[in-house]
Design a protein. Sequence first.
Length: 436
Amino acid sequence: MTPDRTPPSRTAHIRALALRDPAAAEAPLAALLADLFAVKPLKLKINLDQYSLNSLNGFFNTEDGAFFFKFHQEEGEEAMAGEYYRADILAKAGLPVDQPVLMSTLPGEQILIYRRRDEPRFSDVLRTLDLADEPALRALAVEAERQLSQSLSATYRDTLHPISPAEASAEPIHRLFHERLIDRAPYAFPGGRYRDFYVGQSFPLPGQTLDWEDISTRRFTVNGVTYASTLGDLFTAAEARLRPERLADAGGVVAHGDAHNANVWFSQQGEQAHLSFFDPAFAGAHVPTLLAEIKASFHNIFAHPFWLYEPRLASDWFTAQMALDEGRIVVETDWRLSPIRAELLAVKAREVWRPLLAELKNRNMLPQDWRQVIRLGLFLCPTLVMNLRAHARSHTEISSLIGLCVAVMVGSAPVEGEDIVTRFLDSIDPDRPSRL
């Protein structure tokens, strides 16, 4: 059986061109919008921001007003079945979601068009707080997150239901996780981004360069804490446990699935603010429950401050040094969560994760290995959203090392002792007394 050779879609071509030459991508993008939506885009501008790791967005005008476009684009998307962008699912479940005015769901050409809004994205508000903490703005942001989290918790409780392996497998959210580990036709592991990013590659790190065969088999010791699993162990475990059909064991819910805060509007009226979703590229009615909050939990908290989305800034703010010991990489780093990210983690634990796991336990739907499932999902967020190797895309040697440490920290339990992730998991464990 030969591999799929489906030609790249127009969105794939435009996104690749925009990464090299944004101005050159504007004409084919305008032609695509005109073809799909019968509009005449004027003053089209591609918005290249640090959060557009696998997507493209920007602005244009027509005689009917100002608009905002966004599309998410995965490798091989044009050959995939299924439908993106089911905002109506979220709205019917009572979640706050901005509805597009135009939408294309054609395979490989799936684009949303919104009325342009003046509000900032929540990611921009939080970046301001990462750079310089402002207690009043931080309190406003945390309260907005608390309200959204309570809405999410109610939706998860009300929509939780058993799902079949087939229903679990049909959800598009797996394109963010398992499908980035493999080749689809013929099935191969390692494959996908995992193989392309890491297997057989070299890893420039502070003071030395390691090859994949070396770095993938070493344990990490970070600030005195040694982690039980290696990078290779974690990728192998993720391929086995995060297979779509296996994730039916904890049921399904209605979920956005990719609610990182660059997909969330921040609307402020005086001393109050509220949050609303957009770009529901991976929304679904049967999203495997333990995956529903993974992307939001990692990308809104552990990816910050700076190291994932702004590696050069992180390299100016933080240090990371390493040495090799017998079978280990020993790292010392001063990277840590900022005050706003630590508060968001506490809100996420108290208002979403603990009630969700308690509900699963009450319905006899909580797998015994739920901690491993959560950890493996968190681990795939940074490692497969972009290439963590220095100089492969935008990472420096310092930010690469920080990123690998964070990936192992969220993915693996320590050999002994605890860290911020073990404390988080303990706090949401329905079999432990709540300390939240």
